[in-house]
Design a protein around this ligand. Structure first.
Ligand code: SIN
Length: 322
């Protein structure tokens, strides 16, 4: 019997439409409903019996922590059904890395959760969405996809959801996992590496129950000569945590040191990350410096800190930044 999967749609370019088939830029994301997405993919019904739910119809630039919490609740709801063998989620590419990381940390590992997206709108010549959706469903239906945490399937590749970043504004292979590479490939489906289950589901559902929002954590991008008064402004606006996107290896400019120390004394959690886009921020021997984000880029370090603050579990952030 074909596996029973639930397709959750959230919008994005994969569900976007433009006035012309040649237009890959001036389009509206998230306009197609699940039935239209499925209808564009011949052969999907041979892979799985699909149930569909439109969770949102938005451009992922408008995704917020409140959306993540709601989406997580829908994923958990469907995974808990005995006749649901896995979940596939369509999403925009712009903030795919954030939603994938959030769901990886907060959804129970076990049944497959596979996200997909597209760089070209559904109306484009050679739209990439239909094949990406086909392959995402095929991966979710594959027995090797269980217990792997959230997976992202795009462009013929299978990624650990926690590893991906968007690396280009236009390229079809914009979603990548720099330094790690894909976990596997499609057509035929095969996995190159062992399961990437690090921290999958490490935030218990009970810790998030009833939450409609996450604590505010801001990212401050520190350029040469950036003024540290940005930091006090963020705290005044209600930030309980700050991620600093710093030059190089999370190097804190001297001009920022007093402001950072004052914020930390006032109970604001501060994390040093890097604006380089790639690489690990090493923990400093100097204990007066804020902790480093390890391999997490600023957007992912922000999510780790938000969850740690929301659950009152500082050890979660420590483990994720290790
Ligand atoms: C979006 O992120 O919703 C729009 C861009 C895309 O999906 O590629």
């Amino acid at each position: 019997m074909a596996p029973r999967l639930t397709l959750l749609t959230t919008g994005g370019t994969i569900a976007g439409q433009a006035a012309s088939a040649a237009d890959t830029v001036g389009y509206t994301a998230g306009t197609l409903d699940p039935a239209a997405l499925v209808a564009a993919v011949p052969g999907l019904d041979a892979l799985a019996e699909l149930r569909c739910e439109a969770v949102f119809s938005i451009d992922s630039k408008d995704m917020t922590p409140a959306h993540w919490l709601h989406l997580r609740e829908r994923v958990e709801h469907h995974l808990a059904q005995a006749d649901c063998n896995g979940v596939v989620i369509t999403h925009g590419t712009d903030t795919l890395e954030e939603t994938a990381f959030f769901l990886h940390l907060t959804c129970p590992p076990g049944k497959p959760v596979v996200m997909t997206a597209a760089m070209r709108p559904a109306t484009a010549l050679s739209a990439d969405g239909p094949m990406n959706l086909y392959q995402a469903v095929a991966v979710a239906a594959h027995p090797g996809s269980a217990d792997q945490g959230v997976l992202v399937v795009v462009n013929g590749q299978i990624f650990a959801g926690a590893d991906i970043v968007k690396t280009d504004t236009e390229a079809l292979d914009a979603i990548a996992a720099p330094g790690r590479g894909p976990l596997g490939a499609t057509g035929p489906i095969r996995f190159f590496h062992p399961p990437a289950i690090d921290h999958a589901g490490s935030v218990a559902a009970s810790a998030l129950a009833g939450l409609g929002e996450l604590p505010r954590v801001d990212i401050l991008y520190v350029a040469a000569g950036s003024a540290p008064d940005l930091l006090a402004a963020a705290v005044r606006a209600g930030a309980r945590g700050l991620v600093l996107a710093l030059p190089g290896n999370g190097s804190l400019p001297q001009a920022w040191q007093d402001a950072v120390a004052q914020a930390r004394t006032a109970g604001v959690a501060v994390v040093r990350s890097t604006r380089t886009g790639h690489g690990r921020v090493a923990h400093a021997a100097d204990r007066s410096l804020p902790p480093a984000s390890g391999e997490l880029n600023p957007a992912k370090a922000r999510i780790a800190l938000m969850l740690a603050l929301a659950c009152g579990q500082p050890e979660l952030a420590t483990a994720l930044f290790a």
